[in-house]
Design a protein around this ligand. Structure first.
Ligand code: ATP
Length: 243
């Protein structure tokens, strides 16, 4: 089954075309890295995928559910980690998750079970009773990812989830999220950091609003590094931010 499918998606801000006929799909169990330089259209795509903007041209389906026709059902199948943290710093890790579970209509023992499972998936079980305020940036991020799993989505969208974190934290988070893909989730991971992408991952490359390359990282890069391939394919841009 396809976790996420996008077909013929276009979006403009007035005369400015931000996305141009973008199509791709993320099957069950795939880690798909969305690479693009600044201004490529990643935020616009995320805003469309999460319903912050409404789709004017093209189709989005989540776990086979048409987003435009059934937005609530589609969103219920999707977990999202936005670039900006949205945690309550004065609650414990567990309380944050239980609160989010309640928003999805999940309560009581079932909510507790799900919180435990999600925290264990991110290696955060032992921090469940700590106040979020006391956690470092990497643990806060892991907690947000755990929280996005509480309603057992089919696909997980992450918008540059490692921005501002140190190398060890970035590494731990990318490992955990790859493990989630291996467990069957469809992952869409937006980044401009090519070192977060593994050779076996699927890559879609967005440039000036268009999807200009798609395939496994190994297939796209050939004998070159993914970073050099990214810079070559997006030349004409500065390549700013590629690492
Ligand atoms: N509100 C807006 N009005 C006009 N143009 C916009 C608006 N928001 C974004 N754009 C333009 O649309 C294009 C895509 O922007 P978008 O923010 O989606 O890119 P991005 O890949 O997320 O970039 P970044 O990583 O810098 O956030 C860019 O050329 C941007 O300047």
């Amino acid at each position: 089954m396809t976790g996420l499918s996008v077909s013929g998606l276009s979006y403009s801000y007035g005369a400015k075309v931000a996305l141009r006929d973008v199509s791709f799909s993320v099957p069950k169990g795939q880690f798909c890295a969305l690479l693009g330089p600044n201004g490529a259209g990643k935020s616009t795509l995320f805003n469309l995928l999460t319903g912050l903007f409404s789709t004017r041209r093209g189709q989005i389906t989540v776990a086979g559910i048409d987003f435009a026709r059934h937005p609530r059902q589609a969103l219920a199948r999707m977990g999202v980690v936005f670039q900006q943290p949205t945690l309550d710093l004065d609650l414990t890790v567990r309380r944050n998750l239980l609160y989010f579970a309640a928003l999805h209509g999940i309560a009581g023992a079932e909510a507790s079970r799900r919180a435990d499972t999600a925290l264990a998936q991110l290696g955060m079980a032992e921090r469940s009773g700590e106040l979020v305020r006391s956690l470092n940036g990497g643990h806060r991020r892991r907690m947000e990812i755990a929280r996005a799993l509480i309603h057992r989505p089919d696909c997980l969208l992450l918008d540059e989830p490692t921005v501002g974190l140190d190398a060890a934290s970035r590494h731990a988070i990318t490992d955990h999220v790859h493990a989630l893909a291996e467990q069957g989730l469809s992952i869409l991971w937006a980044t401009h950091l090519t070192d977060e992408v593994r050779d076996t991952d699927h890559v879609i490359l967005l440039h000036q609003g268009a999807l200009i390359a798609s395939g496994t990282a190994a297939g796209l890069r050939g004998p070159a590094s993914l970073r050099d391939t990214f810079l070559r394919l997006t030349s004409g841009q500065t390549g700013e931010g590629a690492e």
